[in-house]
Write a protein that binds this ligand. Structure first.
Ligand SMILES: Nc1ncnc2c1ncn2[C@@H]1O[C@H](COP(=O)(O)OP(=O)(O)OP(=O)(O)O)[C@@H](O)[C@H]1O
Length: 306
């Protein structure tokens, strides 16, 4: 995979606090990657370094192979949503978009203005003054700002904040479509459920450090792992250990965890049933990332410190 967005050894300190430490990951073309972590994990600090708004103490961020720094030319190809651009309150949403776009020396309108406005769903409100906008409207205008240039790289800090479920769905569809067309998308979030809706891949961080990264279904253990409830775990485990398609069988809390790469579960269920084992349920084993994430967000993190 050619990395479109990459971080290597990225580190940032604020005084004595290590906000990001030795972080490395890569996002390729066609991926919607979530930067996932609890509050204070270092997501915003990471994103600021990725878009040249802050300088890493150590390590390097690259986009499309080019080192990123303030004003780096490659950043013109990146749609960014972070802390909001400061909209001018007495101008309309549309006038603000125009101001931001033409400030970069380009002719109005940008290539994907209509699509971006469509997603922002502001309708006639796009022509009203921003000072009358709700938080959600401002957030959607920020999204329009990031998307109007039809970027092939998108870096969005908590883009779903303040959006309702229908708007999150529309955002997912739009990001999915951009990725299908070859864009690389990085979105930060502190909510696993939201990430499951939006992303194909995830980079999980906690206290500034990398916890896990990879395709979301692998991280969720759902790619090839199944939780199987049976009436006789010992016998079922013995049967499955003999089955050709099954790579591993473990007994956990009275049920089986079965990995069978590239095989539909019907195959090993049939083997069980043929051997006379009663099968009560088969579900994807979605525990690993969820468990890891819950452990992270419980108690001892920034939540408790604040
Ligand atoms: N400008 C700053 N000065 C001092 N400390 C900072 C600064 N920015 C971030 N931090 C600290 O660095 C750590 C990481 O913060 P960061 O905002 O990157 O986390 P986050 O994962 O984006 O969290 P959240 O989801 O709450 O925004 C936190 O402990 C935060 O308090």
């Amino acid at each position: 995979m050619a990395a479109v967005i990459s971080a290597s050894g990225l580190s940032k300190r604020y005084g004595r606090r290590q906000a990001v430490g030795g972080l490395g990951f890569a996002v390729g073309s066609g991926q919607v990657c979530a930067l996932l972590g609890p509050n204070g994990a270092g997501k915003t600090s990471t994103i600021r370094m990725l878009v040249g708004l802050s300088r890493p103490d150590e390590g390097e961020a690259r986009i499309l192979g080019e080192p990123v720094g303030l004003g780096a030319p490659v950043l013109r190809r990146v749609g960014v949503l972070i802390d909001g651009p400061a909209f001018v309150p007495h101008l309309s949403g549309m006038a603000n978009l125009k101001l931001l776009w033409t400030a970069t020396g380009r002719a109005w309108p940008p290539p994907a203005l209509d699509d971006a406005l469509d997603l922002a769903g502001l309708g006639a409100a796009a022509n009203r003054k921003v000072k009358g906008y709700s938080m959600g409207m401002k957030q959607r205008l920020m999204l329009a700002q990031a998307l109007m240039r039809a970027p092939d790289v998108l870096i969005l800090d908590e883009p779903a904040n303040g959006l309702d479920p229908a708007e999150v769905r529309a955002l997912r569809e739009r990001l999915g479509r951009l990725a299908q067309e070859g864009a690389a998308v990085l979105v930060s979030s502190h909510q696993l459920a939201e990430v499951q809706q939006l992303a194909t891949h995830a980079v999980v961080m906690n206290r500034g450090r990398l916890v896990a990264s990879g395709p979301l279904d692998e991280l969720l253990g759902g790619g090839d792992a199944f939780r199987v409830e049976v009436d006789d775990t010992r016998r079922a485990a013995a049967v499955l250990r003999e089955a050709r398609s099954v790579a591993s069988v473990a007994v956990r809390d009275g049920h089986l965890v079965v990995t069978a790469p590239g095989t539909p579960p019907a195959e090993f269920v049939e083997a069980l049933v043929t051997a006379g084992v009663g099968v009560m349920s088969v579900t994807r084993d979605g525990r690993s990332l969820e468990e890891a994430f819950l452990t992270m967000t419980e108690g001892e993190g920034e939540h408790a410190a604040r």
